[in-house]
Design a protein around this ligand. Structure first.
Ligand SMILES: CC(C)(COP(=O)(O)OP(=O)(O)OC[C@H]1O[C@@H](n2cnc3c(N)ncnc32)[C@H](O)[C@@H]1OP(=O)(O)O)[C@@H](O)C(=O)NCCC(=O)NCCS
Length: 157
């Protein structure tokens, strides 16, 4: 079941986050505000009452055609069953209903699986200022040493 995210979902998700990202330190990148202020465009997948995955995103205020996905993750126990696809598609339809035609997001170059997943989901890599392992990157995009791969996807009208 996919439903809108609520602030009550935050504690479980934040306590699971580093495990879901293979032990990487991710919790600093997902503050509670996403669940308090972006519930209309953030969703969780539930299986037997347990949160199996989530997506948080928002409508860009600056670029009125754009929506932005900040974070998405699926519990390793439930991967490979279409949960991330369902969450992304729910996000795409929510933002399309609100007039958005472009979805953007970023990932770290070290997260090769995320790069492969986003390409598979129809995102293209935006040209950067350097290349690593054949992928265009934006060096220091999120601060010193914080390189990012930038993605975009046009939504069907
Ligand atoms: C990436 C992630 C979200 C995928 O979740 P999932 O529920 O296993 O993905 P799905 O089963 O919905 O897969 C959807 C599609 O993507 C493909 N896919 C999934 N993982 C992939 C990968 N690592 N590389 C390439 N394609 C991938 C699937 O084959 C599937 O294709 P199809 O629908 O055309 O058959 C999950 O592995 C995860 O949470 N990883 C850690 C967190 C992370 O990196 N998040 C993304 C960046 S914020």
């Amino acid at each position: 079941m996919i439903r809108q995210a609520t602030p009550e979902d935050y504690d479980y998700i934040i306590s699971s986050l580093n495990d879901w990202w293979d032990g990487r330190q991710m919790v600093d990148m997902l503050p509670r505000l996403f669940f308090e202020h972006f519930g209309d465009t953030s969703f969780v997948a539930e299986i037997d009452g347990r949160i199996a995955g989530f997506i948080t995103g928002f409508l860009s205020q600056q670029h009125t055609s754009d929506a932005y996905i900040h974070f998405a993750g699926v519990d390793p126990e439930y991967r490979g069953h279409g949960i991330a696809r369902s969450l992304y598609e729910r996000f795409f339809s929510a933002v399309t209903e609100r007039g958005r035609t472009v979805v953007k997001c970023v990932t770290s170059p070290v997260n090769g699986e995320s790069v492969a997943f986003h390409r598979h989901m129809g995102f293209t890599v935006r040209p950067g200022d350097a290349e690593r392992a054949g992928v265009q990157i934006h060096e220091n995009h999120d601060g010193p040493g914080q390189d990012r791969v930038l993605f975009m996807k046009n939504l069907p009208a």
